[in-house]
Ligand binder design. Structure first.
Ligand SMILES: [Zn+2]
Length: 326
């Protein structure tokens, strides 16, 4: 989060879900039956993230002081959450962007509420993003009305971020042609919304209050990877990963970690391993679990690493646990 001109905005960062998928890819054997599924999910998540990132270029042309841009908000609504890839706030209107970064031929099918992607002769169905973004609009509008912000115009767009995809729109649905755009048209569309909404609907103070409301309620998607892929702890490879040669072959030697494969040495390699542990297995760890996960032969070395890493300990000496990152 960053304060700009007294307003708070939410900047882009790699989502926790992607960090967890990457940790899982490091620690699941390639021979595992779920490997391909995890690879596919990580590829989809990265494509989505890269698609959103590619819009930053166009949005950078908007003056900072007039537009407040929130990346990836996930807000509780009744019994579930709704997620917005971008929310752009101005004094005149709010704009939700749903970004799709999908390659191949994309056919919109509003009658059946689906979007079909054809790639290399294979058809795949996705939820209709126009319906998705309209639903986000409805939920944001209800939330603002509950908080007494009435009559705030909310616009929404589906932005197709992959410039090489071939888009096919249904005939007789001009609403889809209005709603679905390529990234290159985004600024033109924002100008169009300014012409449509000429009256100032929100003061700076109201915008600030709405920003706070959204940021306080923002709950990033943080799935449990073992549950998500029906894995057990024993599927996760222990060890310390070498970031130079991507093998799990580092061992502790003379106060550092040295790769048995490429000889790369890195003093704090255990911190990355413990972060993987917190992403995949548990947010707290005991001495014996540390020893097993880092493949250490000595409990005093495990103890020293846990203490010098400044993880907060809880419990008595016998069953002490250390709080890791998340
Ligand atoms: Zn190495």
């Amino acid at each position: 989060m960053k304060r700009v001109d007294e307003l708070i905005i939410k900047q882009r960062k790699i989502p926790i879900k992607i960090k967890k998928l990457e940790a899982l890819l490091r620690r699941l054997p390639m021979s595992h039956s779920k490997w391909k599924e995890v690879v596919a999910e990580a590829a989809r998540s990265w494509a989505g993230y890269r698609g959103e990132e590619s819009l930053d270029y166009y949005l950078s042309f908007l003056p900072d002081k007039e537009y407040f841009i929130f990346h990836d908000l996930r807000i509780p609504y009744k019994t579930h959450h709704f997620q917005m890839d971008f929310l752009i706030q101005t004094n005149y209107f709010l704009l939700i962007l749903e970004v799709k970064n999908i390659s191949g031929t994309i056919t919109f099918d509003p009658d059946l509420n689906q979007m079909i992607r054809t790639l290399n002769g294979i058809e795949e169905a996705f939820p209709d993003p126009v319906q998705q973004v309209k639903h986000q609009q409805f939920q944001l509008s209800s939330l603002l009305q509950q908080k007494k912000y009435k009559n705030v115009p909310i616009e929404s767009l589906v932005v197709m971020a992959n410039p090489y995809s071939l888009l096919k729109m249904p005939a007789k649905r001009p609403d889809y042609l209005q709603k679905v755009i390529r990234s290159t048209r985004l600024l033109e569309k924002i100008q169009f919304f300014h012409k449509k909404h000429k009256d100032e609907k929100l003061t700076r103070s109201e915008l600030r209050k709405i920003s706070k409301l959204l940021l306080i309620n923002d709950t990033p998607h943080n799935p449990n990877m073992l549950q998500r892929f029906e894995l057990s702890k024993s599927d996760i490879l222990p060890g310390v990963f070498c970031e130079k040669c991507s093998t799990m072959t580092m061992s502790r030697s003379k106060g550092s970690w040295v790769c048995n494969h490429c000889s790369y040495s890195y003093k704090n390699a255990h911190l990355n391993a413990l972060e993987d542990y917190s992403f995949l297995i548990n947010s707290t760890i005991s001495n014996s679990e540390t020893r097993k996960f880092l493949q250490l032969s000595s409990s005093s070395v495990a103890q020293k690493l846990l203490k010098t890493s400044n993880f907060t300990p809880t419990g008595t000496t016998k069953d002490r646990r250390y709080h890791l990152y998340c």
